[in-house]
Structure formats: C-alpha cells, structure tokens
Write a protein that binds this ligand. Structure first.
Ligand code: NAD
Length: 357
C-alpha cells in the first residue's frame, strides 16, 4: 500500500523525535511492502517565524489531502509572549478543528520493563494496566457558551456551559465500542448523571449505542468514582469513553500511572480514516537539539496511525513489540533511565527499535 503522510515536525524536540518515527515507519514499509510518502508542513513556532501565523492555509490543505498526519510538538519560550491567537498552540487547536477531529484516543499501558516508574503499589498493578481513554474533543465546557461580567453590585461572575447534542455523544460512543471490539470488549461510559443534565443525555445515548454492540460488556460509571477506581483497581478498565473536560483530567491521571511522559502516544480521529497522531508531551525546549529526547511516544503514535488510519494491525503490533523488546533489553533514554540500564540517545533509540522490526 502507498500512504501519504503530512508531517508537522514543529518546534523544540519535534524534528528529532519525528525523524526517529519516520525511520521506524520506513523499516515497517520495507518489511511489509508499503510505501510511506512524507510531506513536511509548517505549524507552531517555526510557522510563525516563516509565515507570521501558527497555522498557514497551505498546511491545512496538505493535511486534508493526506491519508494521515504525524505531529511532533509545538511551542517554546521564543513565542510565549505573543497574543493567544498567534501563539504556536493556536495552531494545534486550529488543525484539530480544520480536520474535524472529535475523538481523542489515549492509551495507558504499563510496560512491564518500566513497572518501576509506576507510582502505584505493586499489589495494585499486579494485574497489569492496559486501557484506552476515548475523550470527546470538540464539545462540552471547552466549547460551550461562556460569560464573564460584573453585576450592578460590583460582584464579578464567570460561567462556562457544558453542552452536548445527542449526535455528538452517539458518534464518540461508536468510536469507543468499535475500539472495544478490537480489544478487551468492555466499555465504561463515564459521566456525572447524578447531577448534570448533559450527563443524563450522555447516559441515555450511550445506552442506546450499547444495544447495538451486544458482544461488548457495558457499564456506566460516575466520574468521581472513576478517578478513584483508576488508582484502586486500574485493571478493571478496557475502553473508557467520556466527555471533554472529564477526559482531559482522567487521561492525565491514567498517563501518570504508566510512569513517563516520553512513552505515551495519542490519536485524534474524525468521521473518516484521516487522523492526527502525536505524543502527549510538549516540545521540551530544555533538551531540544541535544539528541537526548525519548522518541518512543512518537514511535508508538505511528503504531496507532497504522492501526487506526491504515488498518494495518500486524504492522502496528510489530512496532509495539519492538519497543517492548528494546526496553526489555535494558535500553533507556535519559528520562526513563534507572540503575543498571544502558543510556542511549534519541537517534540510537530509533535505530534500536527499527532493528527489531
Ligand atoms: P514538555 O512536555 O515539553 O516538557 C516537560 C518536561 O518533560 C521537560 O523537562 C522535558 O524535558 C521533559 N520531556 C518531555 N518530553 C520528553 C521526551 N520525549 N523525552 C525526554 N524528556 C521529555 O512540557 P512543558 O515544558 O510544559 O512545555 C514546553 C513547550 O511545549 C511549551 O511551549 C508548551 O506550550 C508546549 N506544549 C506543546 C504540546 C503539543 O505540541 N502538543 C503539548 C504540551 C506542551
């Protein structure tokens, strides 16, 4: 197969980590007979420097005409004082909107070789941790009506409304159920239906969608209980689906349980197969250009791209297995280094993974 990938290397460590992900993808292409064609496009600080805006129209056009988009990271101190709409992060929100990416998929998996980095007690993680959070990305409180005003008594008020339409809940629930079918066949729908109207609608729609997936075990769970259960018995979860704000918080909690920022990939998906794949960490300006960054989150992001955009499961498995092997063989970048392990650079880590494909 021939696939066109728009590549946003971005700022800071972005170019270094993306180069390693391309190295691994090329090896997958060689082994399984695929061609991956990359088109570099600008976004973030580098786009501001070159064009004056964080997200040039040309970038949007090329991303929309591609089969998938790979993103490193954007931002850095050089652009921190610019007004909000001209900052690198505005590019990030802009591209998600332009590509109509309503589902954010974030896996949290405890890699056995890195179990020591997990802050939970062994007795809690002894059954493992391998879950995926499916977060609604373009609705809820982050996109609802908002208001800040001072009333006639001089009291200042601010409000954000958490609004959802039934079709928005339905489409994200379908993403979760389809994903569960390819994994452990279990979905938890997270809400606050004991208090919020938007959650009661969420629950009603989630139940309707669940009826279409009798092969998938389904359960509602309140968000406060979910936060507790994640640190009490994380092995009970397979796929968790939730609205934007709850998902933002729960996905950070779940990431923390796995131990390291440099290890966690993510995917943002819309209606079709076009997706945006990126590590969850930022541009790490403190180590940029030093060949020290951990490229594994970006490498695992291209594994997600193969699985979700290109329907290439065995190719995706080959990357995930290669990463597991490199770690089991004792290789670590600085951020995940521990006693007795072998410390390697960003490019060496890419080579080690590519060698094991
Ligand atoms: P960060 O994730 O860039 O860095 C936090 C810490 O983790 C730093 O010490 C960094 O060196 C380390 N780190 C992060 N990724 C690493 C990796 N792959 N390997 C080794 N160490 C790694 O977060 P920050 O410092 O808060 O933000 C830096 C810049 O990144 C800011 O401009 C921020 O706005 C931007 N940012 C971008 C994205 C994105 O592009 N999606 C996400 C978050 C932050």
């Amino acid at each position: 197969m021939n696939k066109k990938i728009a590549v946003i290397k971005g700022d800071g460590i972005g170019p270094e980590i993306v180069n390693e992900a391309e190295k691994v993808l090329n090896k997958v292409g060689e082994k399984y007979g695929h061609t991956f064609e990359y088109t570099d496009v600008l976004m973030g600080g580098c786009a501001i420097d070159a064009t004056g805006v964080p997200l040039p129209q040309e970038t949007i056009d090329i991303c929309l005409a591609s089969d998938s988009v790979l993103l490193g990271a954007v931002g850095g101190p050089k652009w921190d004082t610019l007004p909000g709409n001209l900052r690198p992060e505005a590019g990030l929100l802009g591209i998600r909107g332009a590509m109509k990416l309503f589902a954010n998929i974030r896996p949290a998996k405890l890699i056995p070789a890195l179990a020591g980095a997990c802050p939970l007690k062994d007795e809690i993680t002894k059954n493992g941790l391998d879950l995926v959070i499916v977060r609604e990305l373009i609705g809820g409180a982050y996109f609802g009506e908002r208001d800040t005003h001072v009333d006639e008594n001089g009291v200042k008020h601010a409000s954000d409304s958490m609004a959802y339409a039934d079709y928005e809940v339905e489409r994200i629930c379908r993403v979760a159920f389809d994903m569960a079918r390819k994994r452990g066949k279990k979905v938890h729908s997270v809400d606050k239906a004991n208090v919020l109207d938007s959650s009661r609608l969420w629950r009603e729609v989630a139940h309707k969608v669940a009826e279409e997936y009798p092969d998938v075990e389904f359960q509602d769970i309140l968000v406060d209980n979910t936060a507790m259960q994640l640190v009490h018995n994380p092995a009970q979860f397979d796929v968790m689906v939730t609205e934007n704000l709850f998902g933002d918080i729960l996905s950070d909690e779940a990431s923390m349980i796995t131990g390291s920022l440099g290890m966690i990939p993510s995917a943002s998906l819309g209606e079709g197969s076009l997706g945006l794949y990126e590590p969850i960490h930022g541009s790490a300006p403190d180590i940029a250009g030093q060949n020290k960054a951990n490229p594994l989150a970006t490498i695992l992001s291209v594994a997600m791209m193969l699985r979700y955009s290109f329907d290439m499961s065995k190719e995706a498995d080959s990357i995930e297995d290669a990463v597991d092997k490199v770690l089991a063989d004792g290789y670590r970048t600085g951020d995940i280094m521990s006693e007795g392990m072998k410390c390697v650079s960003c490019s060496e880590m890419g080579d080690l993974v590519a060698d094991r494909i």
